[in-house]
Ligand binder design. Structure first.
Ligand SMILES: *[C@@H]1O[C@H](CO)[C@@H](O)[C@H](O)[C@H]1NC(C)=O
Ligand SMILES: *[C@@H]1O[C@H](CO)[C@@H](O)[C@H](O)[C@H]1NC(C)=O
Ligand SMILES: *[C@@H]1O[C@H](CO)[C@@H](O)[C@H](O)[C@H]1NC(C)=O
Ligand SMILES: *[C@@H]1O[C@H](CO)[C@@H](O)[C@H](O)[C@H]1NC(C)=O
Ligand SMILES: *[C@@H]1O[C@H](CO)[C@@H](O)[C@H](O)[C@H]1NC(C)=O
Length: 434
């Protein structure tokens, strides 16, 4: 851990390690289907992106001072300190009511994630809490969170999973404290940007959709295109423009990287992923994934503002090989039991990349505290917490039989749902600094 991995800038030949094992390829093919879903849930309609980026809403006016001791000791050292706990290893234990903390309809979550409001009949998925192996994870405490974030701008940056967690946090806080919606993209832009404020504590909470962290084009904005365009050395996103106002940044991305892509650096194609039609070197997606995090961390570590950056590890989907139009996908109603499900090899690799980049950035940063919110394992164990067909309102209304084809979401978390636990961990990370 902590070894600084060189970025693999291959220009000729296919380097070892770029080709995934056959099982992984099969699995990725299934994963591509879930990307169709990511798109449907997170992106602007064709032709919509111009308007999305035009009027940048700049309402934030906090100055983000904060008083913690900035350490450059890095992730590894910090996680071995007495005050910390490894929340990443543990199990889900039954705890009736634990996750019934807010009404998703009342706090206006994305309708596709409002499982209770959409009529999901069984709600047992709300009766679990995460029990770390060697310590306790306290239940979410809105007052403690707002105290830890007092006077600061907390921003989630990344794909629709980042937004899912931001909306969870908003609801957890809004259930206990007065709040205001400051700005939100029109629904037709799928909430690429939302900002709330909690005036009692001077806390601002924002979410920025940036599926690759770095600048992208193609499929994310025009779904008829067969691949993503990823500009590895450019940020140029809305979040980049606002980064100077951010005091706590949660970065989460990953799912879009599985898609076919054409990668650029300095305006030139440097490789592709799963796009053999283009005569360019296959470079896989893990090296670009690493590079995107590195670019985002460089941005956040270079402007002299004291801030905390939290990298979320990958939270896997649970289509388990079924197509996204299969209404029987992710219909489990309980978490996996111990030993029933292991973290997959691709997820493990993506998780390691996040840890390595966090450690490298922490060692290099003077003003930035870098932490990892390691949710891969706990998310892996929760096939029951996705909307599934309850991404639709009353999907079986009229008493009809379950149709053969119906789009399902086995990717995001119901709100409320397992993603609330990510915010319980985030609270512990932020509390540790004061
Ligand atoms: C979307 O991409 C297709 C090609 O795949 C293109 O024909 C179309 O003009 C694009 N639409 C917009 C709005 O850019
Ligand atoms: C920062 O840490 C040092 C050593 O750990 C300690 O002596 C000092 O009081 C701390 N400062 C603040 C403001 O917490
Ligand atoms: C949630 O809130 C909505 C509107 O705010 C209300 O109609 C609904 O009954 C509430 N649901 C529950 C389970 O309390
Ligand atoms: C801004 O910074 C000043 C000190 O530089 C502090 O007194 C004030 O409370 C801060 N305001 C906010 C909103 O954080
Ligand atoms: C692809 O590149 C190789 C080597 O540069 C070249 O020989 C080949 O003709 C190219 N194929 C196409 C379809 O452009």
């Amino acid at each position: 851990m902590g070894a600084y991995q060189p970025l693999q800038h291959h220009h000729g030949g296919a380097g070892a390690g770029y080709f995934l094992p056959r099982t992984a390829v099969t699995w990725l093919a299934a994963a591509c289907l879930s990307l169709a879903l990511l798109h449907l849930l997170c992106c602007s309609p064709p032709g919509g992106h111009q308007a999305v980026f035009s009027p940048l809403l700049q309402y934030f006016n906090g100055n983000g001072t904060y008083s913690s001791n900035i350490s450059s000791s890095g992730v590894e050292e910090r996680s071995s300190s007495a005050a910390s706990c490894d929340y990443s290893v543990g199990r889900w234990v039954r705890a009736p009511g634990h996750a019934r903390r807010y009404n998703g309809t009342a706090c206006n979550v994305k309708p596709e994630q409002d499982c209770v409001g959409n009529g999901r009949p069984e709600t047992g998925y709300l009766d679990w809490r995460w029990q770390p192996a060697s310590c306790e994870l306290p239940a979410f405490d809105a007052a403690a969170f707002l105290a830890a974030a007092r006077g600061r701008h907390v921003a989630f940056v990344g794909d629709s999973m980042a937004r899912n967690q931001a909306e969870s946090l908003h609801c957890l806080l809004a259930a206990a404290f007065p709040h205001e919606l400051v700005a939100q993209d029109a629904e037709r832009y799928k909430r690429q940007f939302t900002r709330w404020s909690f005036p009692s504590h001077g806390v601002t909470l924002s979410t920025y959709w940036a599926p690759f962290l770095v600048r992208s084009g193609g499929k994310p904005f025009n779904y008829t295109m067969p691949y993503n365009l990823v500009y590895l050395d450019e940020l140029g996103n809305r979040w980049d423009a606002d980064a100077g106002t951010m005091d706590v940044v949660v970065l989460t991305a990953g799912h879009w990287f599985w898609n076919p892509a054409v990668y650029h650096r300095r305006g030139e194609v440097v490789g592709v992923h799963a796009h053999p039609e283009l005569n360019a070197t296959e470079i896989g997606f893990t090296s670009p994934y690493r590079e995107a995090f590195r670019r985002a961390l460089e941005r956040l570590g270079s402007d002299g503002r004291r801030r905390t950056v939290v990298l979320g590890t990958f939270a896997p989907p649970h289509f388990d090989g079924k197509p996204i139009f299969d209404p029987t996908a992710c219909t489990r109603t309980e978490p996996y039991r111990d030993g029933e499900k292991e973290v997959g090899s691709i997820e493990r690799e993506m998780r390691s990349i996040v840890f390595e980049e966090a450690a490298a950035a922490a060692a290099a940063a003077a003003t930035m505290r870098v932490e990892v919110e390691d949710v891969t394992r706990l998310a892996t164990m929760r096939p029951d917490g996705h909307p599934g067909v309850y991404m639709h309102r009353d999907p079986f209304a009229g008493g009809g039989a379950r149709p053969e084809r119906m789009q399902t979401d086995c990717l995001h978390s119901c709100l409320p749902g397992p993603v609330d636990t990510f915010n319980e961990i985030l609270l512990q990370i932020l509390s540790r600094q004061r």
